[in-house]
Design a protein. Structure first.
Length: 164
């Protein structure tokens, strides 16, 4: 979840909400899954959702970027700690994904950012289109499958080339 806002206007309530939804929830869901996987003795796969904004932050998304950076760091720490239990932990970093929520957030940013600041800006992807929810689901399925049996602590950008 993100609530785009200028850094000088972010409220403590907005901060707490984004930390709770983007970082705290991820950690405790991963912990609960890891407990079940450890108890089974069979290991398993945990795939967290971060964001390209974690590694290439943008204005208006300071809190979102911070929480998603925390997801990446937690993913790596969990991978190290849970590896002995044969639990792989990875993260997918979506770029711009064509969803109603993204459209609302982009609209809010467009209301705040002056139009001249956007002149000459390139689209946030080089493949000619925004991503789809299926693009993210396919990456998650790969990381959850046996095809990624030797992948852990990794971040997979699914961003249409945004981070190039």
């Amino acid at each position: 979840m993100f609530l785009p806002a200028p850094v000088l206007e972010v409220s403590e309530g907005d901060w707490d909400l984004m930390v709770d939804l983007n970082l705290k929830a991820m950690f405790f869901h991963a912990q609960a899954a890891a407990k079940q996987m450890a108890a089974s003795g069979r290991g398993g796969r945990i795939v967290n959702i971060a964001s390209v904004a974690a590694v290439q932050p943008n204005e208006m998304l300071s809190v979102y970027s911070a929480t998603k950076g925390g997801v990446i760091s937690a993913t790596k720490a969990l991978a190290k700690e849970l590896g002995d239990l044969r639990i792989n932990v990875n993260a997918v970093l979506p770029g711009v994904i064509d969803t109603p929520g993204a459209g609302i957030a982009i609209g809010k940013i467009m209301e705040i950012v002056p139009p001249e600041a956007l002149q000459g800006a390139r689209p946030p992807f080089v493949l000619g289109r925004p991503g789809t929810p299926d693009d993210i689901a396919d990456a998650v399925l790969f990381l959850a499958s046996d095809l990624a049996a030797y992948v852990t602590g990794a971040t997979l950008a699914v961003d249409g080339g945004y981070l190039i």
